[in-house]
Design a protein around this ligand. Structure first.
Ligand SMILES: *Cc1c(COP(=O)(O)O)cnc(C)c1O
Length: 356
């Protein structure tokens, strides 16, 4: 007998590399290339140090109020957490408690199966079609809950709200979570469905569109009972998850909507330009509504391009799974960063074709 027989063993999620240093171009974890709102930065610099001595407001009331008013929902419809990873982990624990499997796509955010394993939730994946679209009929069966991102990651594919409504209509008795980590970059949100479906939970994050991956804020919007269930679980686990500086940064970010819209639009414009450039270089990709492009090259292997880019100090993301190993997920950076990427790709592809 060993203590190890009673260890909760899990295979952890593997985050993208976080290389530090001067001369690298980091296009591998979907961060925003622009800084957060200068007003947010100023707000945190002006924080009264004495406030750090006290526990934070466990209900994060001001942040919750600000988010609720931004989305035009009630305060009791908003739950905040330490990044949407924290929100999603709590949501899995709270809502996915059936013996029937929860359902999510075979190609999706690779944290879902990790949480399912951690919390011992049975799950089944539903294959996306050849174009990486969800086949809604796959979700018209008995299940313990449903989750997927919209737009999906790492494909960038956005699915219309009407398709999600079809899934909700056939699944009134389980929780359906739509992970809208990337919705600010394109597509239409499912927020309009909240009034009609009490079992819908929508999650969002400050990490991508709000340039605050380092601050760790995510939130969920749902009906008030759902949010209360989430809060009961959260307060049974760790009440004080939201630290004082991040609460302050979060409020200031939402209040500076002009800045948010301007930076977001820059990323979207650069994404559209990048689609043309990548096509010209021989890449193809599903049309992305997110801040990344999931692209494959017509001749050169993704793993080779990945390595060659890394040698030049350009980091993109490569997943080696069965249906995705031909692809690179390229985060949209600044115009200068993307120009450097295209120049490097040009060189790599020319050398590659000469070597062959
Ligand atoms: C980035 C991401 C998240 C989590 O982001 P946080 O930084 O934890 O808020 C959740 N879902 C998807 C699909 C993501 O890409």
């Amino acid at each position: 007998m060993s203590y190890e027989e009673n260890v909760r063993r899990v295979i952890p999620y593997t985050p993208g590399e976080q290389p530090r240093g001067g001369n690298i171009i980091k296009l591998n974890t979907n961060e925003n290339p622009y800084p957060p709102s200068p007003k947010a930065e100023r707000a945190v610099r002006e924080l009264d140090a004495d406030i750090l001595r006290l526990y934070p407001d466990f209900a994060a009331s001001e942040l919750v109020r600000t988010i609720a008013s931004y989305h035009g929902v009630k305060e009791d419809q908003v739950f905040v957490g330490v990044g949407s990873d924290d929100v999603l982990a709590m949501a899995f624990l709270t809502f996915f408690n059936s013996d029937k499997p929860i359902l999510f796509p075979d190609i999706t955010y690779s944290f879902y199966d990790v949480w399912a394993q951690l919390w011992r939730i049975p799950y089944r994946t539903c294959p996306l079609d050849e174009a990486f679209f969800i086949r809604k009929e796959d979700y018209f069966c008995e299940n313990g809950g449903i989750i997927f991102p919209n737009p999906n990651a790492p494909t960038g594919v956005w699915q219309p709200v009407s398709m999600i409504e079809d899934i909700l209509q056939k699944n009134r008795d389980v929780t359906v979570i739509i992970d809208e980590a990337y919705i600010d970059f394109g597509g239409e949100s499912c927020l309009s469905l909240l009034a009609k479906y009490e079992n819908l939970l929508i999650t969002r994050t400050f990490s991508k569109s709000r340039s605050m991956a380092g601050v760790r804020i995510g939130y969920a919007i749902g009906n008030k009972d759902m949010i209360q269930y989430l809060n009961h679980v959260k307060f049974s686990f760790n009440s004080y998850t939201m630290n004082v500086p991040s609460l302050c940064l979060g409020v200031a970010s939402i209040e500076d909507d002009d800045y948010f819209v301007r930076m977001r639009d820059l990323v979207v414009a650069e994404r559209e330009r990048s689609k043309k450039e990548l096509t010209g270089l021989g890449f193809s990709f599903p049309d992305s509504m997110a801040n990344f492009i999931f692209a494959r090259h017509k001749t050169m292997q993704a793993s080779e391009i990945f390595k060659a880019l890394k040698e030049k100090g350009i980091y993109v993301r490569y997943f080696s799974g069965p249906r995705v190993r031909d692809y690179l997920r390229i985060t949209v950076g600044t115009r200068e960063q993307m120009d450097a990427l295209f120049a490097a790709l040009k060189q790599i592809l020319t050398e590659g074709s000469q070597g062959a």
